[in-house]
Write a protein that binds this ligand. Sequence first.
Ligand SMILES: Nc1ncnc2c1ncn2[C@@H]1O[C@H](COP(=O)(O)OP(=O)(O)OP(=O)(O)O)[C@@H](O)[C@H]1O
Ligand SMILES: [Mg+2]
Length: 201
Amino acid sequence: MVLENKLGLTDSLELSKAEEKISKEKAKRLFEENLLSDKPAGTYETLAFIHGFLFEDIYDFAGKLRLVDLAKGGFRFAPLVYLKASLKTINSMPQDTFDHIIEKYVELNIAHPFREGNGRSMRLWLDHLLKNEISQVIDWSQVDKEDYLLAMERSPVRDIEIKYILRKALTDDIDNRELYMKGVDHSYDYEGYRLYRTEEL
Ligand SMILES: Nc1ncnc2c1ncn2[C@@H]1O[C@H](COP(=O)(O)OP(=O)(O)OP(=O)(O)O)[C@@H](O)[C@H]1O
Ligand SMILES: [Mg+2]
């Protein structure tokens, strides 16, 4: 099943190629035109802005909360009924240190606000947050994709691996567009979601 999209594509490979190209052009603009400079770091609203900007030409749901319950690899993301409350709690989490920021990132991933494209929009959100709070960013070229995904899958239970992996890749080189663009690579996780019904809980 291919996600309904504004491009009218019905082939999932074609859609993922077009999506990757368009969202990368958009990410480049976010960077070049400094579009996040007036946005508060670390809020759901800023994440929704990023997601909306990256995907507005592709999906109707760009920048909007998902309307279905999602699971992947045996993990159920926040049930819809708790999603708004959970985002409110996440907004108020501290973000003064690297550890606090990653804890917030992990919680946001558990919330998984969007139908698709959570990973890419969240990595840009994280970049913005780290830059603002600790004047460092992740050099995504130093992050092994498989290690990252395994650590993210593990993170709802234990966040020590993801903290370790991301801390190792911290850099002061915060204005480097190439490093930033690496975070938008869509090759971290190609798996589709399983939809579940809240009654299954
Ligand atoms: N089983 C899981 N448990 C927890 N988090 C997961 C799991 N599988 C994937 N994730 C997280 O979800 C992200 C993928 O979300 P999604 O597919 O919505 O975004 P994307 O932008 O299309 O993907 P990508 O992160 O591959 O660029 C991964 O990057 C990872 O952080
Ligand atoms: Mg995806």
